[in-house]
Write a protein of this length. Sequence first.
Length: 412
Amino acid sequence: MIDYTLHTLDNGLVVANNYDPSTAMVAMTVVYNVGARDESPELTGMAHLFEHLMFGGSINISDFDGAIERAGGMNNAWTSNDFTCFYDVVPAVNVETLFWLESDRMLSPAFDPKTLETQRNVVIEEFKQVCLNKPYGDMMHRLRSLLYKSHPYRWPTIGLTPEHIERVSVEDVRSFFFSHYAPNNAVVVLSGNVTDDVAFALADKWFGSIPHREIAPRTYGPEMPLTEAVFDRVGGDVPNTLIVRAFPMPGRGEQGYRECDLITDMLSNGRASRFYRRLTMGSDLFLEADCSIIGSEEPGFIMASGRLTRDDEDSVQRAIAAIDRELREIVEGKFTERDLERAKNRSESNFELSVLNYLSRSQQLALSLMQGEDINETVAKQRAVTRTDVVDAARRYLAAPGNATLVYSPRD
């Protein structure tokens, strides 16, 4: 049970505090309801660029990192297709520093052209390192393009191409900020040695005067369902052939999401999982095999993958058949209650470990609030999933005619 208290400011900012006197530290997490899905198809990668820009100085504070380091703290951030998250840690005695820093960059970045140019170069270099110069680095670009034709999930968080970031102007940055970064589009969560009275008084003091803003509406529609199997084969500078099978699934909070999560845990989470026992250890075809969900707010996909020991066509076809055989057994209900219970136990264990530390607890609580979920119901809802629920979800999603296969092999 995670005890927390909620407080909503007049400008719409939701603030939560989890008082933990067992530590001398405090973590603050700020989650904005903006991600890659909010970008223009002509300027992808903007949300990720903004993650970098938000550390480049705000309207009244030129050196964010220096200020937090002088307070004995640290900070970082991440961006997804759905959300952007910033988090900071300081000794509890310096907690007001966090309110000062985060409120100023919520008010407005500095919009300095030199900062934009610096961070633009950093992001472009990251794109090259992660996507262009790394084996399988563009795999997600290729897979998403098979699964999505109109929805912004068709590009990953880092963007479609570095050329988009190259042409971002200061006005583009200013427009994106004031359309998405606002108190009424964010949650702030504290966890650590700060009482509710202190936390909420500081929230009113530092965040209360930031104006409510109009948030740009999401104008895209739902992706049309895949009605047939799609396939792509690519070659690249990779050491082994990689096979990826992808199946559309519901978004978070929708019926079937938790079931799909448990399916992938049964298939590949831990050494007792089917993929590990039967594919990785029980076959000469696979160097490794994995199955996971993307975990997106809107309809995403299950991804079953395997890296092969050989690159010939016969091995590729046998490997696809082996992956499909494991998926088909779930569809046919060929798993035990013990298999499902093991997956639930792992899920609960992972969740409990994720909220032991005050920093990770603040992030988990912030995400649950942004998603409109009660964090204290997470385990119970996962536990409530039945064997019948899992089989129904497997039949609906793993046995659907619409799916995607990507074969990524070494270039000849």
